[in-house]
Design a binder for this molecule. Structure first.
Ligand SMILES: *[C@@H]1O[C@H](CO)[C@@H](O)[C@H](O)[C@H]1NC(C)=O
Ligand SMILES: *[C@@H]1O[C@H](CO)[C@@H](O)[C@H](O)[C@H]1NC(C)=O
Ligand SMILES: *[C@@H]1O[C@H](CO)[C@@H](O)[C@H](O)[C@H]1NC(C)=O
Ligand SMILES: *[C@@H]1O[C@H](CO)[C@@H](O)[C@H](O)[C@H]1NC(C)=O
Ligand SMILES: *[C@@H]1O[C@H](CO)[C@@H](O)[C@H](O)[C@H]1NC(C)=O
Ligand SMILES: *[C@@H]1O[C@H](CO)[C@@H](O)[C@H](O)[C@H]1NC(C)=O
Ligand SMILES: *[C@@H]1O[C@H](CO)[C@@H](O)[C@H](O)[C@H]1NC(C)=O
Ligand SMILES: *[C@@H]1O[C@H](CO)[C@@H](O)[C@H](O)[C@H]1NC(C)=O
Ligand SMILES: *[C@@H]1O[C@H](CO)[C@@H](O)[C@H](O)[C@H]1NC(C)=O
Ligand SMILES: *[C@@H]1O[C@H](CO)[C@@H](O)[C@H](O)[C@H]1NC(C)=O
Length: 542
């Protein structure tokens, strides 16, 4: 702990949370130094984002790899489940899981397939996922392996041959049976249709294909699914309450279809969409000029990237769209991430900044995209020739976001407000309000610190004025690693979730300080020391 000079006014006997409760300040702070320059954290939520959904921290899993992540009835993936449970221990609910992505629009169902999936990779298109994919009945077993998880199942919209339509029909009974354990969040029809005319992975619609054409195809297929659901699983499946869709799942805000036009063309007119979903990536894995420092550890870039969604939401709202706006698929760099960037501790810090900035701007839920061997994945669910099974750095970012939000189910509203700091590229702060009361403060120091360069690690004291009701002490819980380039040795408040330590169960790492005390003066002043390339969550009692 570091206190500003002249303000070391308290006896700090311990940094252990249990015994800290009995500590009392022996003196109230006197004048702060002239360069204290505190940033005010408002006591009121007026400028905070809309209340987040109870599973704000959620995941999207590439459909072809869902069996790797979840396992099947005879061989459930308990490592993945442990990682989901860890998030529940913070945010109060397990993540929702969207099963979709590019391979959702390649998948063709074959009732005679004896394996869950059968895929063919076309290296000229991608080494990362199969461009040709068949799924069989046992694919749907993967919806049974995790308790208390709600799923979005993605259907194929892109492949529109007669045989593909037959296969889509045949898959419906398997899907509704698998999702009949109160584990359906919504359905989804098609992935990123705004790229159907332009995709590098294959063009599947003519240049003339319009928003009107899209909406017609979407509605035709959704109507087909409705018929099949009613026949196969019962009339309650087509009730207004249960027949719900996530849409339109566009890749971005400025591709070859426009969401406002799609909305005007009647996408939502039947009232069967419950979540308005868009996708986002900060940049591309192989785009020139992409680095950790310029791109991911850059709050300005993150803000600009999210602002496009904020603008889209405004435009949609002007067109009468009132649904919650979510990011149904997102991560750092598209094309599955860049090695050394997306799988580093720096990417974990980016994830914290990105997710909290979304929450601060009315994006009510964020599904981080996952796939086997993906460079940006939060975890590798099985061992392959490319990647060892294990918890990856971005997961620690997911944990830190969940910890920042706290137990969302325990309050009526959980809202996040961005607190602008003076260096907008390299630092950011967020206030988290539970039922309108300030509960936590997250400070992220995004300055790149490469520990492989062996330089001294700089630290910055971030000074705030909190509401005076917060006077007393706060507990600092750090998202920490040796540097932004670290890929191992990451902890949140001293906890490790590594597979090789305890199969993903939380374990305390003995050499990391946790629950450090910071004193909040009677004037609400607090100094939070944050080393470069790390984040500090301050738990407050206000
Ligand atoms: C926080 O206050 C200390 C003095 O107590 C000062 O040195 C430091 O620069 C301040 N931090 C910021 C970000 O202004
Ligand atoms: C979250 O809050 C709910 C409601 O008070 C409670 O039932 C649940 O046990 C809490 N979960 C955690 C992980 O603390
Ligand atoms: C279930 O998963 C195990 C382990 O991956 C695999 O060996 C088995 O074939 C799978 N069962 C089915 C029906 O796909
Ligand atoms: C598939 O979509 C294309 C482009 O919209 C269209 O020309 C074609 O008729 C469709 N095929 C079927 C079987 O619906
Ligand atoms: C799929 O099911 C729908 C609704 O029952 C039906 O109208 C359509 O003809 C079926 N399509 C195929 C290709 O069998
Ligand atoms: C949208 O894309 C076009 C060209 O693809 C570009 O000229 C324009 O600046 C983009 N608009 C925004 C708001 O990004
Ligand atoms: C961060 O991103 C902004 C917006 O793209 C850019 O202007 C700025 O130069 C970037 N900062 C660094 C350090 O690269
Ligand atoms: C940090 O390390 C990476 C990889 O070794 C290197 O590309 C980058 O330039 C380094 N950054 C700084 C600021 O030295
Ligand atoms: C982190 O740094 C410490 C101290 O230099 C070193 O002992 C430890 O091995 C490093 N951890 C990793 C994962 O590199
Ligand atoms: C703490 O200990 C763990 C396991 O012994 C090691 O992997 C990690 O690098 C250490 N961290 C630091 C900061 O020394």
């Amino acid at each position: 702990m570091i206190l500003p000079p002249q303000t070391v006014l308290f006896i700090v006997a311990t940094s252990n949370v249990a015994s800290s409760q009995s500590l009392v300040p022996i003196q109230t702070p006197i004048a702060r130094p002239p360069d204290f320059n505190p940033v005010t954290v408002p006591g009121s939520v007026a400028a905070a984002g809309a209340s987040v959904f109870k599973s704000f921290v959620s995941f999207s899993i590439e459909l072809a790899f869902f069996p790797d992540f979840a396992g099947n009835s005879s061989s459930p993936n308990t490592f993945s489940d442990t990682l989901l449970e860890n998030l529940k221990a913070f945010q109060g609910s397990k993540p929702d899981i969207r099963v979709g992505g590019n391979t959702q629009d390649y998948a063709v169902f074959d009732s005679s397939l004896t394996t869950a999936t059968s895929g063919t990779y076309i290296p000229s298109i991608s080494d990362d996922y199969p461009r040709i994919l068949t799924i069989g009945p046992s694919f749907f077993e993967s919806y049974q392996t995790w308790a208390d998880v709600l799923f979005i199942h993605g259907f194929n919209l892109a492949t529109n041959s007669t045989s593909a339509s037959e296969s889509l029909n045949q898959s419906v009974p398997y899907a509704c049976n698998a999702l009949s354990k109160n584990n359906l969040l919504t359905w989804e029809m098609g992935n990123e249709p705004d790229l159907y005319k332009t995709s590098a992975q294959g063009i599947v619609r003519p240049a003339s294909w319009s928003e009107v054409d899209y909406v017609k195809e979407w509605k035709d297929k959704v109507a087909t699914i409705k018929d099949m659901l009613g026949n196969a699983c019962g009339e309650d499946w087509v009730s207004a309450q249960k027949f719900k869709w996530t849409a339109p799942s566009f890749a971005g805000t400025n591709n070859s279809l426009d969401t406002v036009e799609a909305w005007k063309a009647g996408l939502g007119s039947d009232g069967d969409i419950s979540l308005f979903s868009s996708h986002n990536y900060i940049g591309g894995a192989t785009q020139p000029g992409i680095t950790l420092g310029n791109t991911l550890l850059n709050h300005t870039k993150t803000v600009l990237s999210i602002a496009a969604h904020n603008a889209e939401q405004k435009a949609l709202s002007a067109a009468g769209m009132t649904l919650p706006y979510i990011l149904g698929e997102t991560n750092s760099l598209y094309n599955q991430g860049a090695p050394g960037l997306s799988n580093s501790f720096g990417a974990a810090l980016w994830g914290v900044d990105f997710n909290l900035m979304c929450a601060a701007t009315d994006i009510q839920q964020v599904f981080m995209h996952q796939g086997t061997d993906y460079r940006y994945a939060s975890w590798q669910p099985i061992s392959t020739s490319k990647t060892n099974m294990g918890t990856k750095p971005p997961y620690y970012g997911n944990i830190a976001v969940a910890a920042a939000l706290g137990n969302i189910t325990n309050s009526t509203t959980t809202r996040v407000q961005n607190i602008p700091l003076s260096n907008s590229d390299t630092e950011s702060a967020y206030a988290i309000y539970s039922d309108s009361k300030l509960a936590r403060l997250m400070v992220i120091n995004l300055n790149e610190y490469n520990y492989s360069l062996s330089a001294q690690r700089p630290e910055m004291a971030y000074n705030f004025t909190l509401p005076v009701s917060c006077a007393g002490h706060g507990l600092v819980q750090r998202l920490m690693a040796n540097g932004s380039d670290a890929t191992t040795g990451i902890t949140f408040n001293g906890w490790t979730y590594n597979y090789d330590v305890a199969k993903g169960e939380p374990k305390l790492s003995g050499n990391v300080t946790r629950d450090e005390i910071v004193w909040v003066g009677e004037d609400g002043g607090v100094a939070v020391p944050v080393p470069w390339s790390s984040a500090a969550l301050v738990q407050l009692t206000c």
